[in-house]
Write a protein that binds this ligand. Structure first.
Ligand SMILES: [Zn+2]
Length: 299
């Protein structure tokens, strides 16, 4: 999924950068951002260590290293690009219109935060669903699914175009729901932790039970199946009940991970693939995305 982790990369720093933090409550906002950043790095390092000792799916060490390298570079590149474009400033602009939003009249507090968290998770579910069912959005999102070696860093692997569009979606969320940008960034930070966790190549204790409420690795592996009929499922980021409610939940172990063709196409080629200019690479002429995807439908 969600892909939706990435704002954390820029988001944690932006929590500290936002003028809003000075105007409202800079100390608590910055410390919340720092705490989320530490939790993010700790979870990333912890999952990587556990994946080496007890991976759920076995793969060659070279493939795992190549995946880590690609995904971490993508993560840093996106962080840099989004900061360069000052896209998070959109959140502040959106905030000035929040008075008419859904929760605009609600008092700030725990209830408002929890409601915002639920609504943001639902919005991310809908956004993820849209990326799988709209050919234009899939062009970007397929870069995330192109990792043949599912691991915790796959949760950092997103096309920059997808990140930009997702930032616009979050800005629209601030206007529509009527919350401040700091709250949305804090919610997104927590969602990012779940996104990292559910991409980990691990079996968690109690996954069977946890999956009634949360998206756990056991559920998210299906979402990275090679088969479209399988990867068009389990769109949730935090809660699995959205998928149960809308009939998109699947519980099975995929036979293969990634999107064909896999292999050593290189960093630039994969990102270019996301922009659908595969013709420039050595592969065959571009195929319409829908037709290309339908190739993977079971007959
Ligand atoms: Zn997806």
């Amino acid at each position: 999924m969600l892909s939706q982790n990435q704002i954390f990369a820029s988001g944690t720093r932006d929590l500290a950068d936002l003028p809003l933090a000075e105007a409202v409550d800079s100390a608590s906002l910055i410390s919340a951002g720092d705490a989320l950043a530490l939790a993010f790095l700790g979870l990333l390092a912890g999952c990587m260590a556990l994946e080496r000792r007890r991976p759920c799916l076995r793969g060659s060490l070279a493939a795992v290293k190549a995946s880590y390298k690609f995904n971490l570079i993508t993560f840093l590149l996106n962080d840099f690009t989004l900061s360069l474009l000052s896209l998070p400033a959109l959140y502040l602009a959106a905030e000035s219109f929040r008075g008419l939003g859904l929760l605009g009249g609600m008092e700030d507090g725990a209830l408002k935060f929890l409601t915002c968290f639920l609504l943001l998770d639902l919005t991310m579910y809908a956004w993820h669903y849209a990326m799988h069912h709209n050919d234009g959005l899939w062009m970007f999102h397929r870069v995330h699914h192109d990792d043949a070696c599912l691991n915790v860093t796959t949760g950092l692997r997103f096309h920059t175009g997808e990140m930009c569009l997702e930032t616009l979606t979050r800005a629209a969320f601030i206007v529509g729901v009527g919350v401040d940008s700091g709250t949305v960034l804090a919610c997104q930070g927590v969602i990012s932790l779940f996104v990292l966790m559910h991409h980990a190549n691990l079996r968690l204790p109690g996954e069977q039970w946890l999956s009634w409420i949360f998206i756990v690795p056991r559920l998210h592996r299906v979402h990275h199946s090679t088969l479209r009929a399988e990867h068009d499922s389990n769109y949730g980021a935090v809660f699995s009940f959205w998928d149960r409610l809308f009939g998109t939940l699947k519980e099975l172990e995929p036979a293969a991970i990634g999107l064909p063709p896999n292999g050593a196409r290189g960093f630039v080629a994969i990102l270019r693939d996301g922009l659908h200019t595969l013709a420039a690479a050595k592969g065959p002429a571009p195929v319409p995305v829908r037709a290309n995807r339908d190739r993977h439908r079971p007959r």
